[in-house]
Design a binder for this molecule. Structure first.
Ligand SMILES: Nc1nc2c(c(=O)[nH]1)N[C@H]1C(S)=C(S)[C@@H](COP(=O)(O)OP(=O)(O)OC[C@H]3O[C@@H](n4cnc5c(N)ncnc54)[C@H](O)[C@@H]3O)O[C@H]1N2
Ligand code: MOO
Length: 406
């Protein structure tokens, strides 16, 4: 991405700066397959089996030797093979085997014909159309050979991976230990939802989105609540967080206001990495360390906090958790209206994609885009990444929201 505001780092530079400094947690644990969802694989998974483990029928029908086929000739039925009940006796020349889907195909038989293509006769079965050699057999090892790497270290165990591991008979999986991340909101004005507001107060919303995204990432969240703009309390909370968690996320207090103490505390307790990213929303984003733990300081404005977590903290935590990090999938869409860019900042606007009558992907804004306005984020299904003004009808890059926010 191009850009930037004076003093602000580009989004890509900010990501690179964080990712090179982050080393994945090393400790591993063994979890049962049933409890493995969301964990990150600690090592490559090598298949202990061939898959399929034996030649088997893909159809309910009849197995026979293709070389013995003679047009118009009836085959006698030597017996039946069911899934889990192989047929072990000899099959005489010129005979066939009644066979069900998933049943082992005995050695020597090489073709299965589905029963819809056979007719019953008093002596056996007759082909109603010419067979194809080797049809309808799922061969031993045709998908996976013993020893093949089926999942790489760093893969996340999602709903698609679990059945694959089960298919291979694996019941215990070595994964990286789960991350624990401390979060807290800062600000004298913040109150818990469910309590009455006094003049000048607002409800703390940031922790709810951040905790929900951490949960979806399989990360344990140590939620330290709301900390007022008091340097001593903030200092104690930072120390507690650094002692108990792998990383610390705060919201608020990273701008230049008189109650913004975070930078001083970072200088005292750890180190300041960078403090400003050329993105909108979310320019005042801080990265650094408290003691030996990574610190991510999100801006207080609710949409800014959410978007900076998603775009910057999410990839950083994925790396810390040991997950293979891949760039998000971004694709072009047709702008349904003009999109105005932010000066010197990449603007992550909130949009809704549709498919038009010509089958093309189009995108429109979900409404007012203020950094405190959550309604347009809630209604969106993608980011519209606006780097320069985009006229209606032209192409703009979009990034569909992933599973951590849906
Ligand atoms: N002179 C300048 N002022 C500001 C700048 C700037 O560059 N120069 N940047 C603006 C931008 S952009 C942002 S974003 C904010 C970030 O400020 P802080 O991170 O210091 O956050 P606060 O000042 O504490 O709060 C900003 C805003 O968000 C509300 N807030 C804070 N925490 C929460 C929460 N947990 N839940 C809901 N809402 C929250 C807070 O009440 C403020 O309205 O700075 C601008 N100012
Ligand atoms: O970066 Mo602020 O997040 O534009 O409101």
């Amino acid at each position: 991405m191009s850009c930037c505001d004076a003093g602000a780092m580009s989004v890509q530079d900010a990501l690179n700066t964080m990712l090179v400094q982050i080393t994945p947690v090393r400790e591993c644990v063994t979890v049962s397959l049933a409890n493995s969802q969301g964990h990150i694989l600690a090592e490559d998974v090598l298949s202990p089996l061939n898959m399929p483990p034996f030649d088997n029928s893909a159809m309910d029908g009849y197995a026979f030797r293709f070389a013995e086929w003679v047009d118009g000739q009836t085959l006698a039925i030597a017996g039946t093979a069911l899934a889990g009940q192989p047929f072990t006796a000899d099959i005489p020349a010129g005979a066939c085997l009644r066979i069900m889907t998933g049943a082992q195909v005995p050695a020597g038989l090489d073709t299965v014909i589905m029963q819809e293509h056979m007719a019953q006769t008093p002596e056996g079965v007759l082909f109603t159309q010419p067979p194809k050699a080797k049809a309808n057999i799922r061969y031993l090892g045709e998908e996976i050979r013993t020893g093949d790497v089926v999942l790489k270290a760093g893969s996340r165990l999602h709903a698609r991976a679990l059945p694959l591991l089960a298919t291979l008979g694996l019941s215990e999986i070595k994964v990286r230990r789960r991350l624990k991340v401390a979060i807290f909101s800062t600000g004298d004005e913040l109150k818990m939802p469910g309590t009455p507001l006094q003049a000048g107060e607002i409800y703390d919303s940031n922790r709810y989105g951040i905790e929900a995204m951490l949960n979806r990432m399989g990360i344990e969240c140590l939620n330290l609540g709301i900390i007022p703009d008091d340097p001593a309390q903030l200092r104690d909370t930072f120390i507690q967080a650094a002692q108990s968690a792998d990383a610390i996320i705060t919201s608020g207090g990273v701008s230049v206001g008189e109650a913004d103490y975070t930078k001083d505390l970072l200088l005292e307790l750890g180190e300041v990495g960078f403090w400003s990213v050329a993105m909108k929303p979310g320019k005042p984003f801080a990265f650094g360390k408290i003691r030996d733990k990574h610190f991510f300081g999100l801006p207080g404005n609710p949409v800014s906090a959410f978007v900076t977590f998603y775009q910057l903290v999410q990839p950083a935590l994925r790396k810390l958790a040991g997950e293979i990090t891949v760039a998000p999938l971004r694709i072009p869409a047709i702008a349904e209206h003009n999109f105005r860019s932010a000066k010197n900042r990449v603007d992550f606007q909130r949009g809704l994609i549709s498919v038009n009558a010509d089958g093309l992907i189009t995108v429109r804004s979900t409404g007012a885009q203020g950094s405190g306005m959550f309604t347009s984020l809630c209604a969106a299904n993608c980011f519209v990444i606006v780097e320069k003004d985009v006229p209606a009808g032209s192409s703009v890059t979009i990034e569909l929201f992933n599973e951590i926010v849906n």
